[in-house]
Design a protein around this ligand. Structure first.
Ligand SMILES: [Zn+2]
Ligand SMILES: [Zn+2]
Ligand SMILES: [Zn+2]
Length: 83
């Protein structure tokens, strides 16, 4: 489990990709809550922006479920975020 130090500090996360199993995926950049900024990590909710690591709004690019849940139960063989 990795959390981003920039939580609440910037409009998008700089870390763009995730390794799941043997594959590298782009992190989901078009799923947001209804607020102007994310209630959890504080990014600006706009297509192209990525939630900070550890945010409960981030979706898993492989299965489409909440990434936190996916990491906790190891459903998709989550490995790490990739800078
Ligand atoms: Zn971040
Ligand atoms: Zn967020
Ligand atoms: Zn998943």
């Amino acid at each position: 489990m990795r959390f981003c130090l920039n939580m609440g500090e910037s409009d998008t996360c700089e870390v763009k990709r995730i390794k799941i199993g043997k594959k590298i995926y782009n992190r989901v950049d078009d799923y947001f809550d209804v607020n102007e900024r994310c209630h959890d990590c504080g990014i600006l909710n706009k297509k192209g922006n990525i939630h900070h690591m550890g945010c409960d709004m981030e979706m898993c690019p492989k299965c489409g479920k909440q990434l936190l849940i996916c990491q906790m139960f190891g459903d998709c063989d989550f490995k790490d975020f990739v800078d």
